[in-house]
Structure formats: structure tokens, C-alpha cells
Ligand binder design. Structure first.
Ligand code: HEM
Ligand SMILES: [Ca+2]
Length: 224
């Protein structure tokens, strides 16, 4: 892969500019998902998730499955009120509410607790946690993960199963979500030696990876 430039936003705060939703600079998780908001209205609908996956080169089955799983899983957490919407919209300004367990901790979770309604919520990138992924798990090469090393990391991130009854299903959902985001990343972005490089992982957090993959996919289509 060519070099990965970080995503740039003109807004320090948030929301509309010329009618377009601008992800907050203080909330790196908003930047992660903004690529999938294809019409920049601040909401990611399932068909936008589908289009986003197609744009980075995924096939129809994976794009359909991901759109259903992601939107059905995250929509109600990001929406106001108790009633789910059958269009399964994900509201980007509330994306911090959809943070789940069993993650790497690179997205700073403190932000979720410090949000107040008049201010956009901040979710930071935690460099020490990012470095930890590689210092703890990258044994073959310091700046990349093999498939087995990635599995080792996912097992280590797994939070204790201290749930009972229906919460088991909730726990399983979180686990599948945490596994699939990393597995999809690995399948899509591993290099020819089967390694997931550190700069690739870095670029997923602010979403710049998706922009980059879209450009690469477009130029590959033109060459074909
Ligand atoms: C090809 C597409 C995608 C890939 C490869 C991907 C990958 C990732 C990765 C690797 C993480 C970091 C998890 C960690 O630090 O342990 C993450 C976090 C997250 N992603 Fe994605 N993602 C994708 C699409 C999406 C979409 C479409 C949404 C929602 C619209 C989304 C929402 C989230 C959220 C809410 C988190 C935070 C999880 C947490 O820290 O609890 N992602 N994703
Ligand atoms: Ca949208």
C-alpha cells in the first residue's frame, strides 16, 4: 500500500458547514465512521454502509452482511429516545455511545462519560494503547501483526464473561463485533506476506484508511 495521510477536517467543533456534517476534531471515532456517511448529513444509513464497503473493494455478500450487522447493532445506541427506527440510522454525533467492550482501548473511553448535551463529545486516540498492540503482540516483526498474533491480541482483549441469562447473547454480540472489525481489517489490508502493518492499523482509527482504500480501488478499476 502507498503512504497513508491522516484525514483532515476544517472544523474544530462539530456539525454543519454549508449543510454538511463535519466530524469533530476532538472525536476521532466520528472521523472513523464519517467515510460511510456518503451524503454528509451526519447519519449513516444501512445503504450508505453498504456503499462505503463497496467503495473500498468489498464484495456484495460482505457489504450486505456488514451493513445489516453494523446498523442493526449500533443504530438504537446512537439515537435519542427508546424506540428503534426501522431504517436503522446511526447518528454520528452520538457514535461515542456505541463503544463496546473487548476493544483495544485505543479509543479513549473516558470521553463517553464527560459528554454534556451542548458540547460535542470527545473521544481521543490513546498513543500508548496503540503502541501496546505492537509491543505486546507483534513478536515476528515489530511493526506488523501476523494472523496468529492478531488472534492472540483479540483473546487478550476479551473481557471476563461475568454475565448471566440473556446478557450472554449481549456478550456474544460484543465479542462478534470486536472480532469482526479486526478480522475484516486483516482480510482487506494484509500485505502479500500475510502481515497487517502498523501504519495501516494507525490509519483505521481516524478513517483515513477508508479514503485511501477507495482511491486505490478506483485506480485499480480504471487500470482493469
Ligand atoms: C471496513 C470497515 C471497517 C473496519 C475495517 C473497521 C475496523 C475497526 C477497528 C479495527 C476498530 C478498533 C477496535 C479496537 O480498538 O479494538 C474499530 C472501532 C469501531 N468501529 Fe469500525 N470498522 C469499520 C467500519 C465501521 C463502521 C461502518 C462503523 C459504524 C458506522 C464502525 C464503528 C466503529 C465503532 C463504534 C468503534 C469503536 C469500538 C470501541 O472502541 O468500543 N466501524 N473499527
Ligand atoms: Ca448520510
Amino acid at each position: 500500500m502507498a503512504s497513508l495521510a491522516p484525514a483532515v477536517s476544517s472544523s474544530k467543533t462539530n456539525q454543519q458547514e454549508d449543510g454538511k456534517f463535519i466530524p469533530s476534531n476532538e472525536n476521532v471515532l466520528q472521523k472513523h465512521v464519517a467515510f460511510f456517511d456518503r451524503n454528509h448529513d451526519g447519519i449513516v444509513y444501512p445503504w450508505e454502509t453498504f456503499k462505503g464497503f463497496r467503495a473500498i473493494g468489498c464484495g456484495i455478500p460482505l457489504s450486505t452482511g456488514a451493513a445489516l450487522f453494523i446498523n442493526m447493532g449500533l443504530s438504537s445506541k446512537t439515537r435519542p429516545g427508546k424506540f428503534p427506527s426501522l431504517l436503522f440510522p446511526i447518528e454520528i454525533k452520538n457514535i461515542h455511545k456505541s463503544k463496546h467492550g473487548s476493544d483495544s482501548g485505543v479509543y479513549d473511553s473516558e470521553g463517553s462519560y464527560t459528554c454534556i448535551s451542548i458540547m460535542p463529545c470527545s473521544i481521543g486516540f490513546v498513543p500508548s494503547k496503540f503502541e501496546e498492540i505492537f509491543t505486546k503482540h507483534a513478536c515476528t516483526q515489530p511493526n506488523a501483526l501476523t494472523s496468529d498474533e492478531l488472534m492472540g491480541m483479540l483473546k487478550a482483549n476479551r473481557e471476563p464473561k461475568d454475565y448471566g441469562g440473556w446478557l450472554v447473547f449481549f456478550f456474544l454480540f460484543i465479542l462478534v463485533a470486536a472480532y469482526s472489525e479486526w478480522k475484516i481489517l486483516y482480510v482487506l489490508c494484509k500485505d502479500k506476506n500475510g502481515l497487517l502493518r502498523k501504519d495501516t492499523v494507525r490509519a483505521v482509527y481516524d478513517g483515513s484508511l477508508f479514503e485511501h482504500m477507495e482511491k486505490e480501488h478506483e485506480s485499480a478499476k480504471k487500470k482493469a
